[in-house]
Design a protein around this ligand. Structure first.
Ligand code: AMP
Length: 515
């Protein structure tokens, strides 16, 4: 099918052609005609599928007629993060270049007066994060009674970030008669219930997997002791042909620390995390996109939506807490039909997180060894070694901050969810990248069940604003590391010799242990 067959106008088709798109992606093929008909949509699709254009292109045509009054936007797009909102705004500019639509972008960290001026001029399209939109609404700077089209994008991410009460408040102020387009990568029951309330007789559109651009990632897993992660990362960067890369960390303070280290090693590195001011975030992103920064050390604020042409590598300096985040992180590379590479550094006690990821992507991530470093093996959650093979890591013991328990970005999902996307979004069938040795054996072949011990999701008391401090994760009650075996006496690791007393698990009293 061609874009011409979808019913889009000549100006929009012209912009699409100039962007270089020749054929619509599956979500575009399915959604665009439905949106043009004025129907509501319940879309199950992830980033990387071409989802943004699937709503932006027809919206431009629907809004082409008419003009917005001051402070009364005609359409509203809600995005969970500033980066995603900014990216949708960029898309509007590109696809709407032959239309004269006005746009306002309301995101945190950017000056209020500028945003007020944009609203005052009248916005055909308003793109906003929920917190900043409510701030404007409460100051009386905006009226939402004229909104004819509402887009709720990344609804599951909104849920993870605790924005749903804000979204509900916003939707309550909109006209009942409107067109609503609702997108989510996954459809857990809470999201389905929300969709049922917001949508009227929607057409369901599901794309089973992201566009092929996102499936072409050669993955690798490096298991090392915590105190060898930096060396492992530096060795990987050196051994790979890194054109440009994102290094993901789970914590903001690690982003800053690692950024300093990479710079000390002479690498052209930048940092991006949720505590930076919006101008600093924007500047860093622009430098990275322009190639002025080669390696971006980032938290998960950069995991979704960030669209950098030809990114060669993603490094997970930390295993993400949520398996969906893994998919989003590595999806930053291997885009637009290019092959990308991802390497994940895991410590031996992170077997459960790796299991959850492997279960989600339905594949085992190939282990790779970094020359010159001891390769460790994953342990089961009770601290036992899994399988055979692999060398013991040189130095046992977790770094002290591990023991304090992980802290997470305030804007990161709070815990892995059980729901899976419609299909495995990544493949790992290609061989590991050159110059990194294949492991001699797999620590574990089969992914296990995801962690069953997740506590219920908790709502933030103040769930507005995208940059209001860090949250602690709730899904790990134990400090990482300390209870997982690496500080135990050596013989407990070596107890699979058939001589150990049976039935006592790891807690073999010293006087019973045979030597
Ligand atoms: P999205 O899922 O909206 O984040 O889009 C993912 C990537 O696909 C972006 O780089 C888009 O520019 C690109 N894209 C969107 N539609 C098409 C298309 N029809 N053909 C090729 N690339 C596309």
């Amino acid at each position: 099918m061609s874009f011409e067959e979808l019913g889009l106008s000549a100006p929009v088709l012209q912009a699409v052609t100039e962007k270089g798109y020749t054929t619509p992606t599956p979500i575009q093929e399915k959604a665009i005609p439905i949106v043009l008909m004025g129907r509501d949509i319940l879309g199950c699709a992830q980033t990387g599928t071409g989802k943004t254009a699937s709503f932006v292109l027809p919206m431009i045509d629907i809004l082409a007629e008419g003009r917005a009054k001051a402070r009364m936007p005609r359409s509203l797009i809600l995005e969970p993060t500033r980066e995603l909102a900014a990216q949708v705004a960029e898309n509007f500019e590109v696809y709407g270049k032959y239309n004269k639509l006005s746009m306002a972008l309301l995101i945190g960290g950017v000056s209020f007066p500028d945003q007020e001026r944009a609203l005052e001029k009248g916005a055909d399209v308003l793109i906003a994060t929920p917190g900043r939109l409510l701030d404007h609404f409460e100051r009386g700077g905006i009226l939402l009674n004229d909104v004819k089209i509402l887009v709720i994008d990344e609804a599951d991410r909104m849920l993870d970030m605790g924005f749903i009460p804000d979204v509900e408040r916003i939707v309550a102020t909109l006209p009942k008669i409107r067109q609503t387009l609702f997108f989510s990568a996954t459809m857990p029951p809470e999201i389905k219930r929300l969709a049922d309330r917001f949508l009227s007789n929607p057409k369901e559109v599901t794309v089973s997997r992201p566009a092929s651009a996102n499936t072409n990632v050669v993955q690798g897993l490096v298991i090392v002791q915590d105190d060898q992660k930096r060396d492992a990362l530096l060795a990987l960067i050196k051994s790979q042909e890194v054109k440009n890369a994102i290094v993901f960390c789970n914590r903001k303070r690690d982003v800053a620390a690692l950024h300093t280290i990479l710079k000390k090693h002479g690498l052209n590195a930048g940092a991006l995390h949720g505590d930076m001011s919006q101008p600093a975030r924007t500047e860093t992103l622009e430098k990275f996109k322009a190639g002025d920064i080669q390696i971006l050390v980032a938290s998960d604020v950069a995991a979704r939506g960030l669209d950098v042409q030809d990114m060669s590598h993603v490094f997970n300096y930390d295993v993400p807490f949520s398996p969906e985040d893994y998919v989003h992180r590595i999806g930053r590379t291997g885009r637009a039909g290019k092959t990308g590479h991802s390497f994940t550094l895991a410590t031996p006690n992170e077997g459960d997180l790796i299991d959850a990821i492997q279960k989600l992507i339905n594949t085992t991530i190939p282990r790779v060894e970094v020359p010159g470093l001891d390769t460790a093996i994953l342990e089961a959650s009770d601290g036992r070694r899994r399988g055979r093979g692999g060398r013991r890591g040189g130095r046992g013991g977790a770094a002290p901050e591990r023991g304090r328990g992980p802290r997470r970005e305030h804007s990161e999902p709070r815990e892995p969810r059980n729901e899976q996307p419609a299909a495995a979004p990544v493949q790992a069938e290609a061989a590991p990248a050159p110059e990194v040795q294949q492991p001699r054996s797999e620590a574990r072949a089969e992914p296990r069940e995801a962690r069953p011990d997740r506590p219920p999701r908790e709502r933030r008391p103040d769930n507005r604003g995208e940059s209001r401090g860090e949250r602690r994760p709730e899904h790990r009650s134990e400090p990482r590391g300390e209870s997982r075996g690496e500080r135990r006496p050596e013989r407990h690791h070596e107890r699979d010799d058939g001589n150990s007393p049976k039935g006592l698990g790891d807690h073999v009293p010293a006087f019973l242990a045979r030597r």
